[in-house]
Design a protein around this ligand. Structure first.
Ligand SMILES: NC(=O)c1ccc[n+]([C@@H]2O[C@H](COP(=O)([O-])OP(=O)(O)OC[C@H]3O[C@@H](n4cnc5c(N)ncnc54)[C@H](OP(=O)(O)O)[C@@H]3O)[C@@H](O)[C@H]2O)c1
Length: 273
């Protein structure tokens, strides 16, 4: 009698250990439960985009992490190794044929949250090339095409995927630099500022069409964020990318169709235009 209950106890504890191992592996490889949603992020190989990809993956989301490299960036390779729910795709937002090709490849994949994050800020010396008095006019187009027209084309090509999802949200990482209601402190960063103003204006204009298919379109000012990639020295007052993105994800979770067309601070407060 004693020996059979001993055997049962041994088998039960063996099973418990096996279940714990399976559960740990399932969490590690993102198999613990069905993903809570699907997110596509542009420019996700570094900075704020990488932080979005990492945090959504950790929450169990299916993450479509896009980049513009000729090979898969190391950052995304290791994220995909860590989470089976992460897939990595190339999509340069300057190349509209690549945007269309990925949209066609993913035509049967509903996308709950589409994050237009890719952007450029510092091409050329912004203190010179983007400052009134010493402007380099040849850089204007690259800013407008990357920061305004790229996201617009991504939104246009992926609207059906977002409309087919449960959550139906297009999120644009804009900037307070796009604000025109108050003059800035200096006449610099002009191409960046103009591109973010254009992004906001274009995205507000797609609101009526997106609303017809119950998709919300919002713009975010993340705050001055230290991403640790391009900038070696952290400036006083720069925010942590992890904290900034965690706040934005929480705000995105709470967005409804009522919020469409809004320009938001990362915590959901209204950002002046
Ligand atoms: N950091 C801040 O303080 C701050 C403040 C306000 C707004 N924002 C906005 O937040 C977003 C992310 O900023 P961040 O600080 O994370 O910048 P970041 O570290 O410079 O990262 C920018 C990302 O965009 C990608 N990218 C650039 N051009 C692209 C293209 N043509 N196609 C696809 N991807 C492209 C970059 O890819 P590569 O690695 O290949 O270059 C990189 O992954 C930007 O839209 C930015 O304007 C940032």
């Amino acid at each position: 009698m004693k020996s059979s209950s001993f055997k049962i106890a041994v088998v039960a504890s063996g099973l418990a250990v096996a279940l714990a191992i399976v559960a740990a592996l399932a969490i590690k490889y993102g198999m613990s439960e069905a993903p809570v949603g699907t997110v596509l992020i542009t420019g996700s190989n570094r900075g704020i985009g990488l932080e979005f990809a990492t945090q959504y993956a950790a929450k169990g989301w299916k993450v479509i992490a896009t980049h513009r490299g000729d090979t898969v960036p190391e950052s995304l390779k290791s994220l995909a190794d860590q989470y089976a729910s992460v897939s990595v795709e190339r999509m340069d937002v300057l190349r509209h044929e690549e945007i269309d090709a990925l949209a066609a490849k993913l035509k049967d994949t509903p996308i709950d949250v589409l994050i237009n994050n890719a952007g450029i800020m510092n091409t050329g010396d912004p203190a010179v090339a983007q400052t009134f008095g010493t402007l380099d006019y040849t850089l204007f187009d690259i800013y407008m095409h990357t920061n305004a027209l790229g996201p617009l084309k991504v939104a246009e090509s992926f609207l059906p995927h977002v409309a087919a999802s449960n959550l139906k949200k297009i999120v644009n990482i804009s900037s307070s630099s796009g604000k025109v209601s108050q003059p800035p402190h200096h006449s610099g960063n002009m191409w960046y500022r103009a591109s973010k103003t254009a992004l906001n204006g274009l995205m507000v204009t797609i609101v009526p069409t997106a609303r017809e298919v119950n998709v919300s379109v919002t713009m975010f000012e993340p705050g001055w964020t230290w991403t640790g990639q391009n900038e070696k020295n952290r400036q006083p007052g720069q925010l942590d990318a992890a904290q900034v993105v965690a706040e934005m994800i929480e705000t995105i979770e709470g967005l409804t169709l009522e919020d469409t067309g809004r320009f938001l601070m990362r915590d959901g407060d209204t950002q002046p235009w």
